[in-house]
Structures are given as structure tokens and as C-alpha cells.
Design a protein around this ligand. Structure first.
Ligand SMILES: Cc1ncc(COP(=O)(O)O)c(C=O)c1O
Length: 535
């Protein structure tokens, strides 16, 4: 390998930099690459490692000419409404380029060598501030996303509930913990036959986390009112906690889909209090899987809800608790401070680059019991006793890790609480304008129809997602395709009540309610007009 100076790397860096600037300045970012571009790009991807490398210049050509044009605009375009992808704020993008340049590895807190772990600590604290969590009561770590944060939450919950059982048998301060003994031995000492995870409509990643941690996917149990109900059935939950109390331990996960349906309880805080009381009574751990818009069903209360996958960004509704216009959604995010742990992701509504998640816990010591990286003299952090920052390798999954805190820190500093509030307000207002258009349209139906039966509900309950279908069944079967054909906007398809539906998820910081509404309206008007001309 030649020395960098001889490789023309500077010219290549300048070309990439110019490409970045030109892309960011484009008025219309392509939403998807053309199909033939994808075919051509795939054909250029060689399977064979070259004996003699291409060199940096040819490789740069390959990246800029073949690969970059074949990537989609999911993050760059404000009109990509598929899934919930988020974007990257300008401040986060600038920080991200510094992350790549310096390539820090904030695993051990090294106060004499780098400020990286201090930045992570501050980024987490700013995030707590944004979400109205008391910095003194919570500790946190950044992760790769919501899934990793759920693994962290279930691992801490598992540790806590089983250790508590050991303590009840061996007295306070027993030497035995799950972290040191392993799950099987600890359960045997604790007399624990099963670990139950009670939730409603778990996100798939919760089952994955449960499997990874040796708890089992099947132990994630739905305690909603019925198979189609996201609301906790408190009577059923308590019955389960009570029956299983003797030989089992439990983790309760608030993992809700309200962001999709727009359904919120009238008093979120009280409902979390009920869950907290139940968990305290039966020694269970309470974890919030960031889809914080929870709705807990009171005994005997009838509600009609639908199965929708949960989403890990509802907790951002906590930013809006002062605004009557958003009162209902903010109520749904109340009370999370009563949980033992909270999982969330940053790469969606925080608009920082993939991959970024966060995990907050009320029990600093429990994280250390699980994630302590023992007996590695070369990772000794003894010289870091001057301040209270924990080395992330002892509180999170990875040892080596990306400096993903910098874009979080930069974006929160650059825009502050007001900037993030403004972003979220624009996103919700736009989603509500689209939802109202659908609601008022004779040819379209806003879903779930049983929920959005009045304008008031649309205007109060819609958060950032709009699900709808065409009333004409044949058109509905191809609605997503027709909407996406013109490449002015991109929506993803879903299934609702057994038939196709279109889903608009608003998560990009660039949203401009007026501009984007007129784009969506003109696309939908065109699709409906051409359909009626054809039929
Ligand atoms: C409630 C919930 N939990 C977990 C996840 C997984 O997050 P990630 O894709 O960041 O791993 C998601 C993703 O949407 C989610 O909505």
C-alpha cells in the first residue's frame, strides 16, 4: 500500500466533498434510483478481491459513479415518507464528518487523552433534558438503535428481578448475581422457573432481545384485552403477576402503537402509575420501549383498536406538553419517568445519522452488574477516578464503539429545545393536514375508521403517521404503486384489516407543512383523476 501523499487522496477527498455539497444543494433529491441504475450498479460489484487494489482514484470513481447514484433519498429528501427513517440535521451532518475524521473509540473514559466520553455523557444529559427526565435520577448509554436498547433494558430487568429473588433467599448483599453466575445457576438458586415479559403488541425487536438474552421469544406475552388490542388489560396483567409470583419473575414492557393510531389515554401519568404500583407489588421491572404513546385499559372500559407494529419515537411527544394543539399526544407520553428503564432510538425523530439509539436506567448499579467488562488490565480505567463518568464498555453492549454521541450533542446544541419542538410541530401539522385532506375526500378513507370518525379526533390524535386507503378496491390494490410512480413522494404499503393500505410517516427535519402538503395533495389528486379517467 502506498503512502497517502502519493495516492492523490487529497483530490479524491475534494471530489467526495464536492459531491456531498452538490447533493445537499439539489432542489429535488431523487427518492429512489432508477431501476436500470440499480441493475448496472449491481453488475459493477465484483465478487473477487483484486490482487492489486484499484487504487484510491478508481475506487473513488466507483463510489461516485456506480454506488452513490444507486442509493435512495430516504434521509435526504423531505418527501420520502416510507417507514420512519428520519434525516440528518445539518449540525449532525457536520459532526458526523468530524466523527469519521477523528475516528474516536469512546469505550473507556480517558480524561487525560480525549474528551469523547465527556461528550457522550453530555449528549445523554441533553437528551434527558429534552425529554424532561431528571439528569440526577437517570443514567444512560448510547447504543446502535432501539433493538440494542431493548436488549439493554431486558438484560437489566432480568438481572434485577432474579437478583431480588436471590436476595430474598440469601439476605441483603448476597454475593450471587445473574451477571456472575449465569442465568441458569442464578435461577436455580433463586427458585425461579420462568421469566415472563408482559406487554401489549410487542415490537418484533423485543422478542429478538428476549431470545438473545436466553429468556425466549415465547416468554413475551400479550396482555392486551384481546389479540387485537394494544391496551393493557390491567386485570389480566395483575392476575398473571400474582399467579406467577411464587415460582417466576416478571418484566413489564410498555410498548405501544399509539403513534400509529393516534389513540391516547386521557391521563397517561395515572396509567403509568397503575403499572408502577403493580410492578412494585410483584417485584417486576418496568421497561418502556420508546413507543411511549401508551394506553392502559381500565377495567371494563371498551375500546376498539387495531394491530399495528409499535414505533420507538413516541416519547418525543414529551416536548409538546405545553401546547393545547398537541395536548392529546403529549398526554400519551406522560409518566415514563416512573419506569425502571427506557429504550429509544435517535436515528428517527432526533434526526441524527444511523445508527444511534439510547438507553436510560434508574438503576446505575444494575447496568454495571450486567455489562461490567472484567479482568482486562489493558482497559483499566483506574486513572479516570477524578470524575464520575462511567466507561461505556461497562454499561453498554459493545467494547469498541463509534463516537455516535457527537452528532447527538451537536444537533441538540445547535437547535435546542425550541428547534426540536418546532421540528416536531411542523411534522405533526403536516401529518394532520394530510389526514384532514384524506378524511374529507370522498374517494379516500382515513384509517382506522373507527378511531378517526370526527374532525376533532383527526386534529387531536394524529401524530406523525397517516394510514389510509382508496375506497375503490381495485384502485386501492395499486394505490401505493401509483402514488410512488411519479417520484414526487414515496409512501410505503401496509395491510389494514386484511386489505392493502398506504402509510405516510413524517420524520424528516426538513418538513415544510405548506410546501409538502401541496405536493402530497397534487400527487393524490393526480392519481385519483387519472384513475377516474381510466375507468
Ligand atoms: C417500539 C420499537 N422498538 C424497537 C424498534 C427497533 O428500533 P431499531 O430499528 O432502531 O433497532 C422500533 C423500530 O421502529 C420500534 O418502533
Amino acid at each position: 500500500m502506498e503512502k497517502m501523499e502519493n495516492c492523490g487522496d487529497r483530490a479524491c477527498l475534494e471530489r467526495v466533498h464536492a459531491h456531498t455539497l452538490a447533493t445537499l444543494q439539489k432542489q429535488n433529491i431523487p427518492l429512489l434510483p432508477e431501476p436500470w441504475t440499480l441493475v448496472d450498479a449491481r453488475a459493477t460489484l465484483t465478487l473477487k478481491l483484486p490482487d492489486h487494489g484499484l487504487g484510491i482514484e478508481k475506487t473513488t470513481d466507483h463510489l461516485l459513479q456506480d454506488i452513490a447514484p444507486s442509493l435512495n433519498g430516504s434521509s435526504l429528501s423531505p418527501n420520502y415518507y416510507g417507514f420512519v427513517t428520519g434525516g440528518i440535521t445539518p449540525a449532525a451532518r457536520i459532526a458526523e464528518s468530524i466523527v469519521s475524521l477523528y475516528d474516536q473509540n469512546p469505550q473507556v473514559h480517558l480524561p487525560d487523552q480525549t474528551v469523547a466520553s465527556n461528550v457522550e455523557d453530555k449528549a445523554l444529559r441533553l437528551l434527558m433534558d429534552l425529554l424532561h427526565l431528571d439528569q440526577n435520577a437517570w443514567s444512560g448509554v448510547l447504543s446502535t438503535g432501539g433493538t440494542a436498547s431493548n436488549i439493554l433494558g431486558l438484560a437489566c430487568g432480568r438481572e434485577y428481578v432474579i437478583n431480588q429473588r436471590i436476595r430474598s433467599r440469601q439476605g441483603e448483599n448476597p454475593p450471587d448475581t445473574v451477571g456472575s453466575l449465569g442465568l441458569l445457576r442464578a435461577c436455580s438458586i433463586a427458585g425461579v422457573e420462568d421469566v415472563h415479559i408482559y406487554t401489549t403488541m410487542a415490537h418484533s425487536s423485543l422478542c429478538k432481545a428476549s431470545s438473545i438474552l436466553g429468556l425466549g421469544r415465547s416468554r413475551v406475552q400479550h396482555v392486551g384485552r384481546s389479540s387485537s388490542d394494544i391496551a393493557f388489560d390491567l386485570r389480566e396483567l395483575e392476575r398473571n403477576l400474582e399467579i406467577n409470583h411464587l415460582n417466576s419473575v416478571s418484566i413489564v414492557v410498555v410498548s405501544c402503537a399509539e403513534v400509529n393510531t393516534g389513540l391516547f389515554a386521557t391521563d397517561g401519568y395515572e396509567q403509568l402509575q397503575v403499572l408502577r404500583t403493580l410492578c412494585d407489588k410483584y417485584g417486576a421491572w418496568l421497561h418502556v420501549d420508546g413507543g411511549k404513546h401508551h394506553e392502559v385499559l381500565h377495567h371494563g372500559l371498551e375500546r376498539h383498536q387495531q394491530l399495528i407494529p409499535p414505533v420507538a419515537f413516541g416519547l418525543f411527544a414529551r416536548l409538546l406538553h405545553e401546547f393545547p394543539e398537541f395536548e392529546k399526544v403529549a398526554q400519551g407520553a406522560e409518566g415514563m419517568e416512573l419506569a425502571d428503564s427506557i429504550a429509544g432510538d435517535g436515528h428517527k425523530l432526533l434526526n441524527v445519522p444511523y445508527d444511534c439509539g439510547f438507553f436510560f436506567s434508574h438503576h446505575k448499579g444494575v447496568s454495571q452488574q450486567v455489562f461490567q467488562n472484567p479482568n482486562a488490565a489493558y482497559l483499566n480505567t483506574a486513572n479516570a477516578v477524578t470524575d464520575a463518568i462511567q466507561s461505556p464498555l461497562n454499561t453498554g453492549i459493545e467494547n469498541s464503539r463509534r463516537f455516535r454521541a457527537l452528532p447527538v450533542f451537536a444537533s441538540l446544541m445547535a437547535y435546542g429545545r425550541d428547534g426540536y419542538r418546532d421540528m416536531l410541530k411542523r411534522q405533526i401539522r403536516f401529518a394532520r393536514a394530510v389526514a384532514m385532506y384524506v378524511y374529507d375526500h370522498d374517494a379516500l378513507e382515513l384509517l382506522p375508521e373507527i378511531v378517526f370518525h370526527s374532525k376533532d379526533r383527526v386534529l387531536q390524535d394524529i401524530f406523525i403517521i397517516v394510514i389510509f386507503r382508496a375506497k375503490d378496491k381495485e384502485l386501492n390494490n395499486e394505490l401505493v404503486k401509483r402514488i410512488n410512480t411519479g417520484s414526487k413522494m414515496y409512501v410505503s404499503g401496509t395491510v389494514w384489516d386484511g386489505s392493502p393500505a398506504s402509510r405516510i410517516a413524517v420524520s424528516n427535519w426538513q418538513v415544510n407543512p405548506e410546501r409538502d402538503f401541496s405536493i402530497v395533495k397534487s400527487v393524490l389528486d393526480d392519481v385519483l383523476r387519472s384513475w377516474s379517467q381510466e375507468t
